[in-house]
Design a protein around this ligand. Structure first.
Ligand SMILES: Cc1cc2nc3c(=O)[nH]c(=O)nc-3n(C[C@H](O)[C@H](O)[C@H](O)COP(=O)(O)OP(=O)(O)OC[C@H]3O[C@@H](n4cnc5c(N)ncnc54)[C@H](O)[C@@H]3O)c2cc1C
Length: 466
């Protein structure tokens, strides 16, 4: 039995952040990761001499003095960010054939969208005011102002994104343009609260940033900081059960067993329920969490791009003007999100939403390979039709399905659980003192959201004082 003060299960960004915060409080800390490397989500992969990003394309708040940079400094991470093209980094292709570039920050957005939709100028100003108000007053993102977290402050607002869009605008096309960023959190506009959406889209409208070296550089910075902080990292170590022994928690794995005072799980909440002690939650709550909907699965084609430099780096090819319909994973007419890495080579990933159901994408099923080939072919045909100027320069290298993400991180909904405003929330605390949850499925999604949940559990662990 290995003994630690605090143990973190799952070495994604939230688990790595929670480990650093624990060590910062002077605790003897261990981090367990089932995979062979830390944060398989962010690390990307190299094939045919090209590096492809997987779980990181861009983020808000990484400018000097902004919230993301504040988090990185707090965690002692040496991560260098840079602002992305302000004049149309995101490009929305509407089913009508209209192409709308989103210019950032807010004043550029208001100006450029106002020119495309002159009849909606006033409405746009009101909408962006609302969005900005929610973003700037979010208890979580205001950390940099007063350096405290208000754990009780609700992020959700009473209205959904779709309700606010319907109230503000007449044009369905401007609604589609503004709702396209729902692809970044994976919850459709009629299910995500306007407040939650504002935490992500509102941030991007303030400025979009890339990281030098991409997701891999983020993971490298964490690895360095974990080593410096003295956190013991156990790779290829999968937690299989959590038991209580008095005030101690005993974590069994495929290798050693661990005893600790505080245990923080950053794995998918449904996977956590499988290994958690029976009394961690009431039965009714467990049933509700198990019934929560997954975000869509991602079917992704990775390609080298050999054409002239593309300025816009995120292209949303919307198949429906109503973005809610773009989330239909049974659709024969999917939407696509095309990301060009900002490197010299401009490698590309083309992502479409598909069913996250393990039964639908199951590597052991006899027709898996055939279905994967057919789906890939359909995407290639679609891209040839919808974006011929890009398609002609693509050399396809690799394909991933929801079964691939399940193999690497243990779940197949691209972003974990949906943040559905009408459903039960997964909260960071359990009924057991010293047992907590963090990660993208808990309260706030995305890279910064995951770090925020780590800050939350850190405060709880500190207060538990065991
Ligand atoms: C295609 C894609 C693009 C994205 N793009 C962006 C972006 O541009 N900007 C942005 O902000 N966010 C983006 N995200 C979201 C962001 O990557 C995630 O929100 C974040 O990485 C999630 O981190 P996490 O720690 O919560 O979860 P995870 O990364 O899933 O970490 C959980 C870890 O736990 C491990 N694990 C599972 N079970 C066990 C067990 N029993 N024992 C031990 N370990 C276990 C897993 O292997 C995994 O490493 C993207 C995500 C995807 C998939």
């Amino acid at each position: 039995m290995l003994n630690y003060d605090e143990l973190i299960i799952g070495g994604g960004i939230s688990g790595m952040a929670a480990s650093l915060l624990s060590a910062k409080r002077g605790k003897k800390t261990a981090l367990l990761e089932a995979g062979a490397t830390l944060s398989p989500t962010l690390s990307g992969f190299t094939r045919a001499a090209a590096h492809f990003e997987t779980g990181f394309h861009y983020a808000f708040g990484l400018g000097e003095g902004e919230i993301g940079q504040y988090f990185f400094d707090l965690l002692g991470l040496d991560i260098k960010s840079y602002p992305l093209l302000q004049n149309g980094y995101d490009e929305i292709h509407l089913p009508s054939g209209r192409i709308v570039k989103l210019a950032y920050p807010r004043q550029n957005l208001e100006h450029s969208l106002g020119e495309v939709f002159p009849e909606e100028k006033e409405n746009l100003k009101k909408y962006l005011d609302k969005l900005e108000d929610c973003f700037l007053n979010s208890a979580y993102l205001n950390l940099h102002r007063d350096k405290t977290l208000d754990l009780n402050a609700p992020v959700d607002t009473p209205k959904s994104l779709q309700e606010v869009l319907d109230e503000c605008f007449k044009s369905d096309e401007i609604k589609a343009v503004l709702a396209a960023s729902s692809f970044l959190h994976g919850t459709p506009p009629n299910k995500i609260s306007f407040g939650m959406h504002a935490c992500i889209a509102g941030g991007l409208f303030h400025g979009a940033y890339g990281v030098l070296g991409g997701g891999k550089a983020i993971v490298n910075a964490f690895e360095k900081a974990l080593k410096k902080a003295g956190v013991d990292v156990f790779l290829n170590t999968k937690a299989t059960s959590i038991e209580e022994d008095g005030d101690k928690k005993i974590i069994r794995t495929n290798k050693d067993s661990f005893a600790c005072d505080i245990c923080i799980s950053s794995i998918h909440p449904k996977e956590f329920l499988k290994i958690a002690p029976q009394n961690a939650y009431r039965e009714g709550y467990k049933t509700r969490v198990n019934a929560l909907e997954e975000t869509p699965g991602f079917f992704t084609l990775y390609a080298k791009y050999k054409g002239p430099r593309v300025e816009a780096s995120n292209i949303y090819l919307l198949s429906k003007t109503n973005v809610v319909d773009c989330f239909n994973t049974n659709s024969n007419n999917p939407s696509y999100y095309i990301n060009f890495s900002p490197d010299k080579e401009q490698n590309v990933s083309i992502i479409s939403f598909t069913s996250p159901e393990p039964a639908v994408w199951n590597k052991n099923s006899p027709d898996y390979q055939e279905r994967k080939n057919n789906y890939s072919l359909r995407i290639k045909n679609d891209i040839n039709k919808l974006a011929p100027d890009i398609a002609k320069y693509l050399e396809y290298i690799e394909v991933s399905t929801p079964a691939t993400s399940r193999r690497y991180v243990g779940y197949s909904g691209g972003y974990g659980l949906m943040h559905d405003m009408y459903k039960t929330k997964v909260l960071p605390m359990t009924k057991i003192k010293g047992l907590y949850l963090c990660g993208q499925s808990v309260l706030v999604p995305g890279l910064l959201g995951s770090i925020i949940t780590s800050l939350m559990v850190d405060k709880m662990a500190e207060a538990a004082n065991v």
